[in-house]
Design a protein around this ligand. Structure first.
Ligand code: SF4
Length: 319
C-alpha cells in the first residue's frame, strides 16, 4: 500500500491555542475546570480533558457561581458571556481570532443597518455564537436555494459573512447566488474561511486525484473534517471520516492501493500515526508526505489566562 500523508493536516493555530489554554488553566485554576461547549470538536481531545477534571457544559446555569469558565475555540454569543459574568465567573476566552473577526464583521454590519446573510451550518457552535451578536439582523443561508427564498428586495442593504470552516467551493456557489440576486451586496473586507480550512482543503484537492481512497481523521461533529471528506467525494474518490484506528474497516482497502490520509484541524497527530502503523502492519508498503504549503501561524494565549499566571509581558503586545 502506498500511503500519502497530506500537509498541512491536523491541529491549526486556533486549536493549538484553545487546547493550550485549557492545559494552562488546569494548572492555574485546578479542577473542576468548566469549559463551555467542547473546547474543540474532537472526541479524543474532549475525553482526555474529562479524565483530567474538565467539566464540559452546554449552559452557563451548570457553572457554579464565582468559578472559572473557558469559552471554546468556536466562540460564544454575548448572552452567554453576560450570563457567566452575572454569576461572578472568571472568563477565559479561547475563541479563535478568526471567529472573533467574523463576530466583529457582524456587529459592524448590523450597526450600519445591513441585513446580514450568514453562510454556514445552522446549529453549529460557531454559527450560534455569531448569530448572537446581531440576532435581528442575521439570516442563515445554507444553500443557493436558501438564497432564492430570501424575502429581501434590491432596496435592502445586504451584506454577507461566512462560517470559518466551510468548503470554499460550496461557499462560492452560495456567494454566486447572493451576488446574482443582490448585485450590490456588501462583500466582506477579507476572506472569512480561515487559512487552516483552506490549506487542508487544497491538500485534499491536490492529493485525492492520485488516490484510490481518502481517510480523514476527525470527529463527525468537526465541520472542517466533514468538508474534507466531501471534497474527496466531489473529486470522485471514495472517502471516510473516522475518529481513530478502531473505526478502520479493512473492506475499504486492497494492498495495491494508494491511500491519502489527512486530519481535520482538531484531530491529534498521534491518531494519524496509529492508523498509518495499522495499515502498514496489515498491507505493507511505504509512506510519503506531500505538501501544498507550510504553515507558521501562532496565536497568543487569552489575556485573562496570562494575567492569572502573572505574565505581564502581554501588555506590550496586541493579541
Ligand atoms: S479551523 Fe480556522 S477558525 Fe477554526 S480554530 Fe482553526 S484557525 Fe480558527
Amino acid at each position: 500500500m502506498k500511503i500519502l500523508l497530506a500537509n498541512p493536516r491536523g491541529f491549526c493555530a486556533g486549536v493549538n491555542m484553545a487546547i493550550q489554554t485549557v492545559e494552562e488553566a488546569l494548572k492555574i485554576v485546578g479542577t473542576p475546570l468548566y469549559v463551555y461547549h467542547e473546547i474543540v470538536h474532537n472526541r479524543h481531545v474532549v475525553d482526555q480533558f474529562i479524565k483530567e477534571g474538565v467539566v464540559f457544559v452546554d449552559t452557563i446555569d451548570e457553572v457554579p457561581a464565582d468559578s472559572t469558565v473557558v469559552f471554546s475555540a468556536h466562540g460564544v454569543p454575548p448572552a452567554v458571556r453576560n450570563a457567566a459574568k452575572g454569576r461572578g465567573c472568571t472568563l477565559i476566552d479561547a475563541t479563535c481570532p478568526f471567529v472573533t473577526k467574523v463576530h466583529m464583521e457582524a456587529i459592524r454590519y448590523a450597526k450600519q443597518g445591513y441585513k446580514i446573510l450568514l453562510i454556514g451550518h445552522a446549529g453549529h457552535d460557531e454559527v450560534e455564537g455569531t448569530i448572537g451578536e446581531a440576532p435581528d439582523a442575521i439570516t442563515i443561508v445554507e444553500s443557493p436555494e436558501d438564497v432564492e427564498n430570501l424575502p429581501f428586495t434590491l432596496d435592502d442593504k445586504i451584506a454577507y459573512i461566512t462560517q470559518t470552516t466551510l468548503s470554499r467551493d460550496d461557499a462560492q456557489r452560495i456567494i454566486g447566488a447572493i451576488q446574482k440576486k443582490y448585485p450590490n451586496a456588501k462583500i466582506p473586507p477579507s476572506e472569512d474561511i480561515c487559512y487552516a480550512t483552506t490549506n487542508r482543503q487544497d491538500a485534499i484537492r491536490s492529493g485525492a486525484s492520485d488516490a484510490d481512497f481518502v481517510l480523514v481523521i476527525g470527529s463527525q461533529n468537526s465541520s472542517n473534517s466533514v468538508r474534507l471528506m466531501e471534497i474527496a467525494h466531489q473529486n470522485g474518490t471514495p472517502a471516510k471520516l473516522i475518529d481513530d484506528k478502531s473505526e478502520l474497516d479493512h473492506q475499504w482497502f486492497e494492498a495495491d492501493q494508494t491511500v491519502v490520509i489527512t486530519a481535520g484541524a482538531s484531530a491529534p497527530e498521534h491518531l494519524v500515526q496509529e492508523i498509518v502503523s495499522e495499515l502498514l502492519d496489515t498491507y505493507g508498503g511505504e509512506v510519503e508526505e506531500f505538501y501544498v504549503v507550510e504553515e507558521d501561524m501562532h496565536f497568543n494565549l487569552p489575556v485573562t489566562l496570562r494575567v492569572l499566571r502573572g505574565d505581564t509581558s502581554w501588555t506590550a503586545k496586541a493579541d
